[in-house]
Design a protein around this ligand. Structure first.
Ligand SMILES: NC(=O)C1=CN([C@@H]2O[C@H](COP(=O)(O)OP(=O)(O)OC[C@H]3O[C@@H](n4cnc5c(N)ncnc54)[C@H](O)[C@@H]3O)[C@@H](O)[C@H]2O)C=CC1
Ligand SMILES: O=Cc1ccc(S(=O)(=O)O)cc1
Length: 477
């Protein structure tokens, strides 16, 4: 049985109700989490505020940094255990689960080093004045985390919020929260004071909504679907609370005829199969120069056909999807493709060892997908790559920008001038030239434009979102 983690202690739901934890590799329940309540959120926010007022706000930034560094070391010491928890909870192949644990440690390491480097400015103003700015924390920050990368997304927002001097209340996904509960225990072992990190589990419409509405929460960071992002922003707007929204995308990989295809093919494949396509920054649209359309599709077909899907512990190319409804969502997209006559180029294989009760989906390559079809417009959040041809650079830009989203783009060309032109013209928060990273390194600011959200996570930039700027104007004499 798992409990909320509030003020460095395990706490049961005030309603005494629980939710089953399902292993996506076989669809069977194996644990229970607390089904939190509005009262549980209130308890957590109060604990956080007490920590902020009592200890956290008066800690020297360098001391905050030491605590975060200690937590990073604890995560590294316990990385195998954390990876094993995440693997079973989310269905991640071993390599991915280990990479996520390493990234979590790296978030705390990076932001530990940033605590004492976040400063304001002095501003030349008028004779007789000194003007300075201070970057002040919001206080209690709320974090609503999805199920696709629980450790990584927890790390990227909570480490930055703490580094900026805030305390955190976290609502992980009801579909995957076990690793986050364990990290909160490690934080206590690392010496973080009671109330600095508080975790309340439960359903989004119950505890997520309560967190977004709580008057004591002064900033919300949310990663998830555009529909829920809108609800969060509306709830926060009631009390003018700032929000950071990371809402996924329909990110294009744009391949010109002069591209190095040997380099591009494995990266294009990985960008859609990593985490079974359940990645906000998945490269889910493939725009191909018509001059190389057929040969590139042939190479990709071979690559897709070699991919194997199976139980997470088998550490194959792909594990299962997170839950049955996500599997159904992918099936619905694929059956729409069939009805629309969109050609299926290639699929990988679900291995015989995969139980029928698990949530498996073979990676699928589709071609000639019309730019206005929902497969080219909406996030599938599964391993489905939609390819389409373009005839020149303007057409490539037009297609790249023809969705409601704008999170990440990949551009493959050897032409230096075109690299820069494309980077300017594509509407997205990140552009990768001749590479593609699922969000890139910890150092690189990450976030979207249009329906992909607003605000930036990661890098130094994230710290600005977790602070508010105070201007102090002193008149002398
Ligand atoms: N950008 C990203 O990384 C993610 C995008 N998605 C997209 O969303 C689709 C649906 O997945 P879901 O799990 O349903 O995403 P979701 O947006 O419902 O869930 C994300 C988080 O929000 C919480 N939540 C749900 N309703 C809420 C509410 N009314 N108030 C406050 N919090 C709430 C959930 O409990 C979870 O912690 C996916 O197929 C994918 O397209 C989902 C997860 C992550
Ligand atoms: O799903 C969105 C997502 C998850 C992880 C990352 S990264 O690992 O920080 O690159 C980026 C986007």
């Amino acid at each position: 049985m798992q409990y909320h983690y509030i003020a460095n202690a395990a706490v049961a739901s005030s309603a005494g109700r629980t939710i089953a934890v399902i292993d996506p590799s076989d669809g069977q329940p194996y644990d229970e989490i607390q089904r939190g309540t509005v009262e549980d959120i209130d308890t957590a926010v109060r604990a956080a505020q007490q920590c902020y007022d009592g200890v956290w706000r008066s800690l020297a930034p360098a001391e905050r940094g030491r605590l975060l560094q200690r937590l990073s070391a604890k995560i590294t010491e316990n990385a195998d255990e954390l990876a094993a928890i995440e693997q079973r909870d989310c269905g991640k192949p071993t390599r991915q689960a280990r990479a996520d644990a390493a990234a979590l440690a790296r978030y705390f390491e990076f932001y530990a080093g940033a605590c004492d480097k976040l400063h304001g400015e002095t501003i030349p103003y008028q004779e007789g004045f000194s003007v300075l700015t201070w970057r002040e924390p919001h206080g209690v920050t709320g974090h609503i985390v999805p199920w696709n990368y629980p450790m990584q997304i927890f790390g990227r927002c909570v480490a930055a919020a703490l580094a900026a001097g805030n305390v955190c209340v976290v609502k992980p996904s009801e579909d995957a929260c076990l690793s986050i509960l364990r990290v909160a225990q490690l934080a206590a072992e690392a010496g973080l004071p009671a109330g600095a990190i508080n975790i309340v589990t439960g359903y989004g419409h119950e505890v997520g909504d309560a967190l977004a509405r709580h008057p004591g929460v002064r900033h919300i960071s949310f990663t998830g679907s555009p529909r829920i992002g809108t609800l969060i922003q509306q709830a926060a707007a009631e009390r003018h609370c700032p929000v950071t929204l990371e809402l996924g995308g329909k990110s294009p990989q744009i391949v010109f005829a002069d591209a190095d295809l040997d380099a591009a093919v494995p990266v294009i494949v990985n960008a859609i199969v990593q985490n079974s396509g359940q990645t906000c920054s998945a490269g889910s649209r493939l725009l191909i120069d018509s001059l190389i359309y057929e040969p590139l599709l042939e190479r990709l077909a071979q690559a897709f056909e070699s991919l194997r899907v199976g139980p997470a512990a088998m550490d194959l190319d792909l594990g299962p999807l997170i839950r049955q409804s996500q599997q159904q969502r992918v099936w619905d997209f694929l059956s729409d493709a069939q009805v629309a006559g969109i050609p299926l180029v290639a699929q990988g294989t679900v291995v015989d060892e995969a139980p029928d009760t698990g949530f498996y989906q073979a990676p699928t390559l589709l071609r000639d997908v019309p730019a206005d079809h929902r497969l080219a417009q909406q996030e599938v959040f599964g391993p489905v790559l939609a390819a389409m041809p373009f005839h020149d650079e303007d057409h490539a830009v037009e297609l790249a920008n023809a969705t409601p989203f704008g999170l990440v783009a990949g551009v493959w060309t050897r032409d230096g001038a075109r690299q820069l032109r494309m980077a300017r013209r594509v509407a997205s928060g990140q552009v990768f030239i001749n590479n593609y990273g699922a969000g890139g390194g910890v150092e690189l600011p990450f976030g979207g434009v249009k329906s992909s959200g607003h605000g930036r996570e990661k890098g130094f930039e994230a710290l600005y979102g977790f602070t508010t700027l105070k201007t102090v104007a002193i008149r002398h004499g």
